[in-house]
Design a protein around this ligand. Structure first.
Ligand code: HSE
Length: 303
């Protein structure tokens, strides 16, 4: 079987882990090009073209793991306009321009995938798609940001906010600009994506009523979490106290949890590591498996 050529934009923690999966994993894929701003930096893969985003757009599949919105929006438009599959972990892009990109993908019969944008390696989007098939999802409720879970758990154990944030940054799961985490925007973008999938209509981040954790008093012994909740009508992200018996209270460290309530069927739960290079790259790789299988999925219903 001919190998599909992947043009990868971005070579950070997730990008380099994906490069390794493409090299060693079971799918017939080849890394054709890696696009980075600084082509001289150490750690770039050998035997692969190191080029610009434009060079990556020449491959069969474009994978964007660069972050930011402006550049990725341009690359996504260009790739989809040429009918190329676009795979991204970029929640900010999907929660701000997902509707436009889905429409373009439909017009050009191109695929648009973003499993890694929510839940890191945990198949949250996939589970919501599966349960949405009957059109009966009532409610989503979960913990979808590892940085705030880490900080709130640490504060509940008596440590300070600053100390806990520093540790989360050192461990590499805070965003490059951690205000996205602590102000609740990372969780709001993820919730908007999940709600878009659950109710078949793209919802932007601005639909989410968002409160972060900056300045929140948490005493030793308190169990507080940043809870993301959605019904078809209302989307919110807010810190709230959690009963110890609540399954959401089990989320600690990088673990994410999502509950999906379905009419006449009950509550479904999915949980797992919500951040990290290898786990997030695994979700991107799973999207690539769908493309290898010949599918042309579009993440959101076209509004
Ligand atoms: N900053 C994010 C988090 C990384 O803390 O959950 C994964 O999206």
């Amino acid at each position: 079987m001919e190998r599909l050529r992947v043009g990868l934009i971005g070579w950070g923690t997730v990008g380099s882990a994906l490069g390794e999966l493409i090299r060693t994993g079971p799918l017939p894929l080849a890394l054709a090009c890696v696009a980075v701003r600084d082509r001289e930096r150490p750690g770039l893969p050998k035997g692969v073209e190191i080029g610009s985003a434009e060079a990556a757009l020449e491959a069969d599949i474009v994978v964007e793991l660069a972050g930011g919105v402006e550049g990725p929006l341009t690359w996504a438009r260009q790739a989809l306009d040429r009918g190329k599959p676009y795979v991204t972990a970029n929640k900010a892009l999907l929660a701000t321009h997902g509707g436009e990109l889905a429409r373009l993908a439909e017009r050009r019969v191109a695929a648009l995938l973003g499993s890694a944008s929510v839940g890191g390696g945990t198949p949250m989007i996939e589970t919501v798609i599966h349960l949405a098939a009957t059109g009966a999802i009532e409610r989503l409720r979960g913990i979808v940001n590892a940085t705030t879970t880490y900080i709130l758990s640490a504060m509940g154990e008596g440590r300070s906010y600053d100390e806990a944030l520093r540790e989360a940054q050192e461990q590499g799961f805070a965003e490059a600009d951690p205000s996205f985490d602590v102000e609740g925007r990372d969780a709001a973008q993820k919730l908007a994506i999940l709600a878009s999938v659950a109710w078949g209509r793209w919802r932007p981040e601005t639909d989410v009523d968002t409160t972060g954790i900056v300045g929140l008093p948490v005493a030793a012994g308190d169990t507080v979490r940043l809870v993301a909740e959605a019904t078809k009508e209302a989307l919110s992200v807010k810190p709230m106290p959690i009963e110890p018996a609540d399954p959401l209270a089990r989320a600690a460290g990088i673990e994410n949890v999502l509950e999906i309530s379905v009419t006449d069927a009950g509550v479904f739960r999915v949980s797992g590591p919500g951040a990290g290079g290898r786990v997030t790259a695994g979700a991107v790789y799973a999207d690539l498996a769908r493309l290898v299988a010949g599918e042309r999925p579009i993440l959101f219903a076209v509004p």
